[in-house]
Unconditional design. Structure first.
Length: 56
């Protein structure tokens, strides 16, 4: 007795949480924005981020 294989592939929606392409892309973009903001703060104030925050 042979079993028939499905002919249609179900369309599954991609989850918005966990390790998936959407989350990784969002995390990468947030990191780039944070890095650029840090560079702008250092350029404008003439101090490093740690001294600007009062930690050094």
């Amino acid at each position: 007795m042979t079993e028939s294989q499905p002919t249609v592939t179900p369309k599954l929606s991609e989850p918005k949480f966990g390790f998936n392409d959407y989350a990784e892309r969002l995390n990468g973009r947030a990191a780039m924005v944070g890095f650029v903001i840090t560079l702008i703060i250092e350029y404008v104030t003439g101090q490093g981020l740690l001294s600007w925050l009062g930690l050094y």
